[in-house]
Ligand binder design. Sequence first.
Ligand code: UTP
Length: 473
Amino acid sequence: MAIQSTEPTVERVRKHNQGHLLAFLDELNEAQRGNLLDQLDRLPWSSLPRWIEQHVKTDHSPQIPDRLNPAPSFPPVPRDGQMTKKYAEACSLGETLIAQGKVGAFVVAGGQGTRLGFGGPKGAYAISPIKEKSLFQIFAEQILATSKRYGAVCPWYIMTSPLNHAQTQAIFHKNDFYGLDPETVFMFQQGTLPNFSLEGKILLSAKDRVASSPDGHGGSLRALFESGATVDMSTRGLEYLSYWQVDNPLIKVFDPLFIGLHVLEGAEMSSKAIKKTGPMEKVGNFCQVDGKIRVIEYSDLPDPLARQTKDDGSLVFELGSIGIHMVNRTFVERLNVGEFSLPIHRAVKKIPYVDPSGERIDPQEPNGVKLETFVFDALPLASKSIVLQTVRAEEFGPVKNATGVDSAETSRQMQMDRAVVWLEAAGLSVPRQDQIVQCTVEIAPSFALSAEDVEARVDQVPPIKPGDRLYLA
Ligand code: UTP
């Protein structure tokens, strides 16, 4: 009987030349066998042959369009009187929409954070300079402060992956949801994709387990829909999501200007951008192709284009993507109701696997391929998309690596630098010697969400002396 019920799956697996996945079937107990067959059943078999040929066995680089132009963008500060008026209108609209509960926070936290090498969900990583608050806590405090300021419910959608969902849930429970109402926190899991050997064989991570990894932040656009998050949004009357990545403690979760411009311009999905530090900085490039905004990865932008400069010496393709977007609920719904797929990207990685003898191998060298999709690939699917430039020091200090560039150390420094900039902009004196700041400062979201908030509360900041560790809350 058991054999009969497994037959269609077994046949399908063999037909796709993946029979090695069944090598240990006879050794497994009933529960394990059921578990494995269930995983195999759920693999995306109709897409697999194409993926294996185009993205696993070969590196099918995306076609770079001929007519590639830099993307138009809004500058960080208005250029003229007309633009000043527009920005003021946008800010006011953004604030109204937040107050009306039409904007939700959306963080993608399903990544594996392999470069950081932290043994837990990255959101739990302690990153603030004095209080050592975790990334999750920093975001939660911003959401609380915003909610209080506008007297509004600001729901928070959190995407995890099957690899860190239970842990993330446990962290939120342990921390009492950082003071947020659990009813306003919606946590859901993204999908996964199988991992492959370089020859196109799906790997097993255990005798009864297919090796798989999260399907990339692009998976968020499907997961929002399939998890019921869009239904939850709709029930709450929520129209817009402010999207960011879990590793960026400098994020302004709710930015009235960005929200307002996005809505005023009638966009479906929009982005924030920063000026790149140089032609080869490892961030995606904002481009325009046939009237559509697209992000072309740094590795895909031809060198001569990356290095091209304008008369004033600045880069033609100067805008880099930082994983900050506005996304309309109806856009996510529209994509999912129709046939929608994002391009597949390939990454060669070290992937632990079970070899034909049943031994678990932890490879020292990259041995396989992970596939994923990127959220910015949805930009050209939007009917309209805008790009708003922002200032790196204000909004982008990611924690990607254990040391060096984009590490915890650089991110903490950027948080302190921004706090000092806000204090000095408010006319406060910060001790310096040879320009080097002589104190440590941390500003809690409850104290200020922006430089303007500090200005409004200067009288609450005590005099700062060299060596002080000043925490403002
Ligand atoms: P990264 O591209 O930095 O990947 O993700 P990562 O998995 O966090 O880290 P490495 O590459 O293994 O070191 C950027 C953002 O996208 C989220 C991450 O959690 C991070 O917020 N992400 C990434 C997902 O939510 N799901 C994914 O499948 C991949």
